[in-house]
Design a protein around this ligand. Structure first.
Ligand SMILES: Cc1ncc(COP(=O)(O)O)c(C=O)c1O
Length: 386
């Protein structure tokens, strides 16, 4: 008899991790696989953390996180999206958006509650929902609709058990973004069915066309929304593990309770670095966004040139080309590409069944690597299928 809890046993390990264990066992692989910036955290951010260590800042912080950091984040969100959160009790600093999402789900979901998750999507939403005793209900998005969730499709999946809706735009893996109009349509049903929205906006700054709209800035949505964001992507700070959640006092207090008993606080040295990032990091973000935007153009153009159709991604740092024309499955394509041409990409099906027939390529890589990877993919396409 297995000693492992049923709900944990039935969740498979992340498809991405499985794939990257394989990559790590090989030499000379060009990776467009990992979803993290290839930039190093800007020096002044690292320096702020080093300096705080030199001054002996090595203790626990408040469970909510350093107040100065919460104040700076509140200020930034107000300035960017004109939505106000009280830094005293409506902001929680977490160990990445990963922890923030887990806390949000655990804070709002009762056993058996249904959580609507548009897919393809980031890999943690479904497992975290199951670990929390909830039931993930998938809303498929398709390329023909620019990978945007269709309101009627969401509505069809709503039952009396539906508790929450996860939104994650700009999207990992598709690069899809939702405009203000799209979000307002979704807000209408959120209002009608009184849903809680967990809005993971970790890629908000990485938007290449139009302005990002923060879901909680929409009329009446602030109270229904748990807004999640973090430092990993925009500031190239994946290893620091800092994120945050903003919501009503009631929800933040509930999330804080779980965080208090399970995590205590995010590391103080990382919070110090995050404070420097949020107060003086704008120029770094703008420069990285310029570079991503250039790389995106090169990657999408080359993908189309080698015969793969590719949806135009307007956010994040991923392209999601279709490989349906090859007749290979996503898994077959990605595994053979890795073994035969030493290029690592992620099979689209790991992001949900509607990702089958696609690959995720991260353009958080140098121009040279993008070009060489695409040369190899082009060669692979000439012999890999009929
Ligand atoms: C959509 C999305 N949310 C959350 C995360 C995790 O972010 P963090 O490093 O802040 O835990 C990722 C990482 O790839 C992501 O793509």
């Amino acid at each position: 008899m297995s000693g492992i809890a049923e709900r944990v046993r039935k969740v498979p390990v992340s498809g991405i991790r499985k794939f990257f264990d394989l990559v790590l066992s090989m030499d000379d692989v060009i990776s467009l696989g990992v979803g993290e910036p290839d930039f190093i955290t800007p020096w002044h951010i690292r320096e702020a953390s080093i300096y705080s260590l030199e001054r002996g800042h090595t203790m626990y912080t408040s469970n909510y996180g350093i107040l100065e950091l919460r104040e700076a984040i509140s200020e930034k969100v107000k300035e960017s999206y004109n939505v106000e959160y009280n830094p005293e009790n409506e902001v929680l600093i977490t160990v990445g958006v990963s922890e923030a999402f887990d806390l949000a789900i655990r804070a709002v979901v009762n056993p058996g509650d249904e959580v609507l998750i548009p897919e393809p999507s980031y890999v943690s939403y479904k497992p975290c929902t199951i670990f929390a005793g909830g039931k993930p209900v998938i809303v498929e998005t398709i390329e023909e609709n620019e990978f945007k969730p269709v309101v009627e499709d969401i509505e069809k999946k709503i039952t009396e058990k539906t508790k929450a809706l996860v939104l994650s735009y700009p999207n990992n893996p598709t690069g899809a973004t939702l405009g203000k109009g799209d979000l307002e349509d979704i807000a209408d049903i959120v209002r009608e069915y009184d849903l809680t929205v967990i809005s993971d906006e970790i890629y908000d700054r990485l938007t290449y066309k139009g302005e990002h709209t923060c879901f909680s800035s929409l009329n009446g949505m602030r109270e229904n929304t748990v807004y999640l964001n973090g430092f990993s992507k925009a500031y190239a700070m994946t290893g620091w593990r800092v994120g945050y959640a903003m919501s009503s006092e009631e929800i933040i207090e509930a999330m804080m309770k779980i965080h208090q008993y399970s995590m205590l606080c995010a590391p103080i040295m990382s919070q110090k670095a995050a404070l420097e990032a949020v107060t003086t990091g704008d120029r770094d973000v703008e420069e990285m966004v310029r570079q991503y935007s250039r790389r995106k153009k090169i990657l999408v153009k080359r993908l189309r040139e080698i015969g793969l159709s590719c949806f135009e991604p307007d956010g994040a740092f991923y392209a999601f080309p279709s490989i349906k024309s090859t007749g290979l499955s996503s898994e077959e394509f990605a595994t053979r590409l890795l073994e035969e041409e030493k290029v690592a990409v992620v099979p689209g099906n790991v992001f949900g069944s509607s990702g089958e027939g696609y690959l995720r390529l991260a353009y958080a890589a140098s121009h040279e690597d993008i070009n060489e990877a695409l040369n190899r993919m082009e060669r692979f396409l000439t012999y890999s299928h009929d």
